[in-house]
Write a protein that binds this ligand. Structure first.
Ligand SMILES: [Fe+2]
Ligand SMILES: [Fe+2]
Length: 332
């Protein structure tokens, strides 16, 4: 499904004059295009149901092989995903007057809703938690409330996108790690077997982590796209916001989940996540995706963006991976 620029006859780069209004109009037009493309792909390639499509029989068969650490991790991820109502609510308030971002928030929320259910299904069918325990756990989740106020820089729609771009990438990484742990504990090789490949599903709980990970990386990609669009038309504002959000970045709801102690202990014990992993596996790849080689490049870009001559359009300004801008007026 190729909903691209020509779909709407919107040229990739418009010409000026580059007033503030013209820039915002371009951001809105391109964000809508990006969402239409995202939505089309989601409908075509990522439709799945946590109640109908997971191999629960295999979860039942192999559930007893999962370690306590793995179970604590899955239960913690259940809690984090179960704050989906708060995540969606905060965005909907902010995007009341932005139709594209509102619709994006609704679709994103519908996808995220499935993740909490998937972890519930894994814990239940693996015989690790009872229905009553899961209900009590989810009730406890609702006793606390997550808000954007707990995260630096999430006070504007752009800040929310930058945060989401990083958070989704981190979540993808975490779920891939847990997927590999599950395979190991099941006694399966890291590499997906011929049989799994042929049927298009991994074994038991690993399949749940595979399919949810596919959603998470798609989420990373759409927020990345939104950030790139802003970067093109508002380089100074976007780079400054990136620095602000990245400096204070923390995963959502960690302090709110009912099993926070066991979860944090399991994260440390399994080396799932630490400062180095965040830097090398998440932060740097996200910078690379934006087009910057490292944090020094981001810092340089923040400073240089302030010095860009006003009135230049995106056709005149290119951000190099070392954080230096190249300006050309030849495009006119
Ligand atoms: Fe999720
Ligand atoms: Fe996500």
């Amino acid at each position: 499904m190729g909903a691209t620029s020509d779909h709407f006859n919107i040229p990739e780069i418009k010409t000026g004059p580059w007033t503030r209004e013209a820039r915002w109009k371009a951001v809105e037009d391109e964000s809508l295009e990006a969402f239409i493309d995202y939505f089309g792909r989601a409908m075509q390639n990522r439709r799945w149901s946590p109640w109908h499509d997971l191999p629960v029989e295999e979860m039942r068969e192999h559930g007893h092989k999962l370690s306590k650490d793995t179970v604590d991790l899955i239960e913690g991820f259940l809690g984090i995903e179960e704050y989906v109502g708060d995540y969606v609510l905060q965005g909907l308030e902010m995007f009341r007057k932005n139709r594209t971002r509102r619709n994006m928030q609704l679709q994103w929320g519908a996808e995220e809703m499935k993740h909490g259910v998937a972890w519930e299904q894994v814990l239940l069918h693996s015989g690790l938690r009872t229905e009553e325990e899961l209900k009590a756990y989810c009730d406890q989740v609702a006793d606390n409330r997550w808000t954007t106020a707990k995260h630096k820089g999430m006070d504007t729609p752009l800040g929310v996108s930058i945060y989401a771009m990083m958070q989704e990438r981190a979540t993808f990484y975490n779920y891939q790690q847990v997927r590999l742990r599950i395979r190991e504990e099941y006694g399966m090789p890291e590499k997906v077997s011929k049989e799994e490949r042929a049927r298009g599903k991994e074994i038991g709980a690993a399949e749940a982590f595979r399919v949810v990970s596919v959603d998470e990386i798609a989420h990373h990609a759409i927020f990345l796209k939104i950030v790139q669009i802003h970067l093109k038309y508002f380089p100074e504002m976007t780079l400054e916001k990136m620095q602000e959000v990245f400096d204070g970045f923390q995963m959502p709801s960690l302090r709110l989940i009912p099993n926070r102690r066991n979860f944090v202990r399991a994260v440390i014990r399994t080396n799932l996540h630490d400062a180095d992993k965040h830097l090398y596996e998440i932060h740097n790849p996200v910078l690379a995706a934006v087009g910057l080689e490292n944090n020094e490049a981001l810092e340089r870009a923040v400073q240089e963006a302030k010095l860009l001559p006003k009135g230049l359009g995106p056709q005149h300004v290119t951000l190099g991976k070392n954080g230096q801008f190249v300006i050309s007026t030849a495009a006119d």
